[in-house]
Ligand binder design. Sequence first.
Ligand SMILES: NC(=O)N[C@H]1NC(=O)NC1=O
Ligand SMILES: [Zn+2]
Ligand SMILES: [Zn+2]
Length: 479
Amino acid sequence: SSKSSHKECSLLPYQHYWITSKRIVTPQGVISGSVEIKEGKILSIVKEEDWQGKSKVGHIVDYEEAVVMPGLIDVHAHLDDPGRAEWEGFPSGTKAAAAGGITTLVDMPLNSFPSTVSQETLKLKIKAAKERIYVDVGFWGGLVPENAFNANALEALLNAGVLGLKSFMCPSGINDFPMTNASHIKEGLSVLAKYRRPLLVHAEIQQDSEIHLEAKDGSDDAHSYSTYLKTRPPSWEEAAIRELVAVTKETRSGGLAEGSHLHIVHLSDSSSSLELIKEAKNGGDSITVETCPHYLAFSAEEIRDGDTRFKCAPPIRDAANKEKLWQALLEGHIDMLSSDHSPTVPELKLLDDGNFLRAWGGISSLQFVLPVTWSYGRKYGVTLEQLALWWSERPAKLAGQELKGAIATGNLADIVIWEPDVEFDLNDDYPVYFKHPSISAYMGTKVSGRVLATFVRGNLVYKEGKHAPAACGVTILAR
Ligand SMILES: NC(=O)N[C@H]1NC(=O)NC1=O
Ligand SMILES: [Zn+2]
Ligand SMILES: [Zn+2]
């Protein structure tokens, strides 16, 4: 379009150019060669050995040893716009995404106000995003009790372009986004089947736990992480997933919900919950699962008393659980990764008070997910191909984005260029673009993997600490 070829959209003034590198991550493996980009798309991919003698029309950008990878697709981010833009907002959130190598993100239907639960509220999202996004943004719609039994309302929301639906099986923390039970979820899936779009579920069901929030939240115990951990044991995840896999039986071929798909967000429990998911997959259910960098980077034992930056739901569990999450990811039982970037204002994180039971639950990580996954994954032998699978290829499939998620001819030129070996400190001098760096659990750590450049639809939207002047990301609507 004329808009996305506007010269303010890109820090590179060419419509036809080549990206050259010794390490280009393609679905066929890592190659040395060049990617030809024309008018926002990948026109060809040429291996170094085939490069000689070929006539090259257009500008060449040589990234040498830096890694050229498909841009990351974050299928789980809360940008809180409109309505709670002081928590994050489209401009800051998508600038952080661009600086972190994320070229597409899918915004969650809650924490903004109003929640995205209808055709009208989706329109408000699209309006709020207009000319304010630096990367591409799609939207999940909310499946809530109010619309779950109203097929017309759900169809209107799906027809308006949400990429799928999202629901909670426990209180979401946001009053206007109430939880759903298995009956709501069954209804939602039957509508989604027709559209072949997924349902994402926050899988925790409140059980009677040893510690009751009301009884304890005034006491000193509320400052210790172990108190919080006990309030949300793995049995909450297990109970929810047990109900979900009973429902997903119907997604098998010949089942009542054939054509629909269920995706479990941010798995933390790597024991019984994971076993239930494995069984469902083996049985032919259409089901996938994600986990997040914070469950792979941190463990409960290291979380200091009062450090509510680490509070999230489900909680970060012990080191043994973390090891098993890595194993499940490496063995392919966990399909993909997402940020679950869920910020708030520092006041609600209660950083001074340190009360884990009252603080906002949510991790702020949007800009850091690539270096974090890489840095913490190195000891497990994580490869560049695996990063592309977990962060691009499989998320693209979940979000129904056939022209994204891989460096392949004909795809959109969504690309991140990064240097895996460059280390840096996430300290106060580090340029962080999401709105409230102080609430991020990653601040104060050292990671490796510096993003040099990010291309969205061929536009160089970020280069070494600088963003393109205009916000030319596109809202992605399903049709
Ligand atoms: N409302 C909201 O974003 N909740 C998220 N925060 C979190 O830690 N887990 C969630 O589901
Ligand atoms: Zn959640
Ligand atoms: Zn979330």
